[in-house]
Ligand binder design. Structure first.
Ligand code: IPE
Ligand code: IPE
Ligand code: MG
Length: 247
């Protein structure tokens, strides 16, 4: 199943994507924003499959932020309904393609029916080992960090954790992404050059790729373009070019 194009010597283990631009894509076509979100779901299907085929091991998609709850009620409702349909429709394909679903975010804020289907897909795909698909839903990085700090603080006060033992690994283990590697590549579609409260801790050393392409137009070729750009980057992690050995 895994097919790595020759020119792509270096496939990132973990790719994270801020899927932005659905609304503007629809507005450019004089259609309602939800029309853009629907087309965006098609991109999600295509990108999940393409990433799996290329050999990406973790794919994290920013689907709905804590801040997105402030959008008009009809848009939020429409997005939740699209999410439910997507999960219902994709379960079989996830099992066939060995994709394990995870959710990053405040799941309890999602509508009950969405929570149910989400739990079901998470349970059913728990054993899948081909690729991990993390959907960031009702996700905010600051909330995630605060929750982690609260949990660590509680353990310190009840004596189950020694404050001296807190290090980056302990902290990491209290995040939604616990047990997963940090993203190697962060892609943002839609032209904006900001992080919008996404994975602030985890992307410390990610390569960042901004593109003006709107999410509904971001398909397999656009993903390959991003991966090729990633392969050309020199990741130095604070060292010199000579130390990391590639010039
Ligand atoms: C991204 O597209 C999807 C979500 C945030 C849910 P937007 O809806 O933000 O699209 P633009 O940025 O308004 O074009
Ligand atoms: C970021 O997009 C969130 C998602 C893609 C889910 P937004 O459209 O909400 O971000 P801002 O408001 O432009 O920063
Ligand atoms: Mg946007």
């Amino acid at each position: 199943m895994e097919e790595q194009p020759k020119e792509m010597e270096m496939v990132p283990t973990h790719v994270a994507i801020i899927m932005d631009g659905n609304g503007r894509w629809a507005e450019q076509r004089k259609r309602p924003r939800l029309f853009g979100h629907k087309a965006g779901v098609d991109s999600v299907r295509i990108i999940v499959e393409a990433a799996r085929k290329i050999g990406v091991k973790h794919l994290t998609l920013y689907a709905f932020s804590t801040e997105n709850w402030q959008r008009p009620g009809v848009e939020v409702k429409g997005l939740m309904s699209l999410l439910k349909t997507y999960l219902q429709a994709e379960l079989e394909k996830m099992l066939t393609n060995q994709i394990r679903l995870e959710c990053f975010g405040q799941m309890s804020r999602l509508p009950q029916d969405v929570q149910q289907i989400l739990q079901r897909v998470i349970e059913k795909t728990r054993h899948c080992q081909g690729m991990r698909l993390n959907l960031a839903l009702s996700y905010g990085s600051r909330a995630e960090i605060i929750d982690a700090v609260k949990c660590i603080g509680k353990k310190c006060s009840d004596g189950t954790l020694n404050p001296e033992e807190i290090d980056a690994i302990v902290f990491d283990n209290h995040l939604y992404s616990s047990g997963q590697s940090d993203p190697d590549l962060l892609i943002r579609t839609g032209g904006e050059k900001r992080l919008s409260n996404f994975l602030l801790w985890q992307i410390s050393y990610a390569e960042i790729y901004f593109t003006d392409i709107m999410w509904p137009d971001f398909r397999e070729q656009e993903l390959k373009d991003a991966l090729q750009e990633f392969a050309r980057r020199q990741r130095r992690f604070g060292k010199t070019g000579a130390q990391v050995g590639v010039t």
